[in-house]
Ligand binder design. Structure first.
Ligand code: NAP
Ligand code: ZN
Ligand code: ZN
Length: 347
């Protein structure tokens, strides 16, 4: 079993630091990928610091992985050595339940195998993510990456892209839909680009006045500073659909009030603390408060193809591997324009 250089956390309070992990030799259906770039998702930080209470250590985060195929097992059909390839948040699932059969592996009845911190289904250990030199995954969980898009900026599509694309598609957002994207970070900026490409009218809802110009550049038609009562009043009862990407504790009721009758607010951000929503806040106006988890494999490929067709990538700041702890601190302050991506050649 090859030893591979990686970066990870040894505990909830330790910094992200160099360590060595074991990767399996490719099995007949496996693809081995040299990781070239890996995006940094706020979920990496939540998990490394055990903010959701489910972390396993050592924890090697990273689920926005792109690179080049370096070896394939004998039965692999979809990839060959030298191909560009991506791995997102999932590396396995039961493949037998209704959700898996429907291509909704993220909702696998037995629980999917996430790219990091999940027990391998064959009992061989715990999965490790993309803050590492290479990864080995079953070909069914590996994505084709277009060579038409800049590779580093494509990495964040594997989580931020699909997490925003999937609910926008599921709730049929398009021409004539008034969409509010709440939170302009990694997910939020992809949400703006994708919703605009789908033809919706997009409003950025942000608590950072400094991001107004960027929101317009990303494709938002309007900007609402959520701390400005007058601006908020102007969009009360306005939206058909709000995508909430906020990572920190906030009042959902405040944003439910911005929905029009039968409007839907979909929560993808996962603050560590639970929220209270009085029933009246959804009863009046027949509103829906829903959630959405990443996306399945077929939809992730569909999103990558959609982005290639519409020339959509992430706006990134490329960092060295040893800048990871500083990047986490900046992400906590909302100071990301708009996704950090690690250049894996620096590991
Ligand atoms: P991020 O880049 O840090 O962006 C979060 C944004 O939330 C910030 O840029 C900021 O935007 C806003 N925000 C932060 N603190 C706030 C506060 N106290 N009040 C109001 N707004 C605040 O994070 P990300 O990588 O996009 O991830 C966002 C969340 O989605 C995380 O909780 C992550 O774990 C979760 N996630 C979920 C899924 C899923 O499948 N459901 C997948 C990936 C990530 P403004 O400055 O514009 O206000
Ligand atoms: Zn993520
Ligand atoms: Zn399943």
């Amino acid at each position: 079993m090859p030893s591979v250089k990686a970066y990870g956390a040894e505990s909830a309070t330790s910094a992200i630091a160099p360590l060595t992990i074991e990767r399996r030799d490719p099995k007949p259906h496996d693809v081995q990928i040299e990781i070239l770039f890996c995006g940094i998702c706020h979920s990496d930080l939540h998990t490394a610091r055990n903010e959701w209470g489910n972390a396993v250590y050592p924890c090697v985060p990273g689920h926005e992985i792109v690179g080049r195929v370096t070896a394939v097992g004998d039965h692999v059909k979809k990839f060959k050595v030298g191909d560009l390839a991506g791995v997102g948040c999932l590396v396995d699932s039961c493949r037998e339940c209704d959700n898996c059969k429907d291509g909704l592996e993220q909702y696998c009845a037995g629980g999917p195998t996430f790219s990091y911190g999940s027990p391998e289904r064959d009992g061989s250990g715990i999965t490790h993510g993309g803050y590492s030199k290479s990864i080995v995954s079953h070909e069914d969980f590996v994505l084709h990456i277009s060579d038409k898009l800049p590779l580093a900026a494509t990495a964040p599509l594997l989580c931020a892209g699909i997490t925003t694309y999937s609910p926008l598609r599921h709730w049929k957002v398009g021409k004539g839909t008034r969409v509010g994207i709440l939170g302009l970070g990694g997910l939020g900026h992809m949400g703006v680009k994708i919703a605009a490409a789908m033809g919706a009218e997009v409003t950025m809802l942000s608590h950072s006045a400094s991001k107004e110009k960027d929101a317009a550049k990303l494709g938002a038609h309007k900007f609402v500073l959520t701390s400005d009562a007058e601006q908020v009043k102007a969009v009360t009862g306005y939206f058909d659909f709000i995508l909430d990407t906020v990572s920190a504790e906030h009042d959902y009721n405040f944003y439910l009030a911005l929905l029009r009758t039968s409007g839907v607010m979909v929560c993808v951000g996962v603050p560590p603390t639970p929220a209270v929503i009085p029933a009246f806040n959804v009863i009046f106006g027949r509103k829906s408060f829903a959630g959405s988890l990443i996306g399945g494999l077929p939809e992730t490929q569909e999103m990558l193809d959609f982005c290639a067709e519409h020339n959509i990538v992430s706006d990134i700041e490329l960092i060295r591997m040893d800048e990871i702890n500083e990047a986490y601190e900046r992400m906590l302050k909302g100071d990301v324009r708009y996704r950090f991506v690690i250049d894996m050649s620096t590991l």
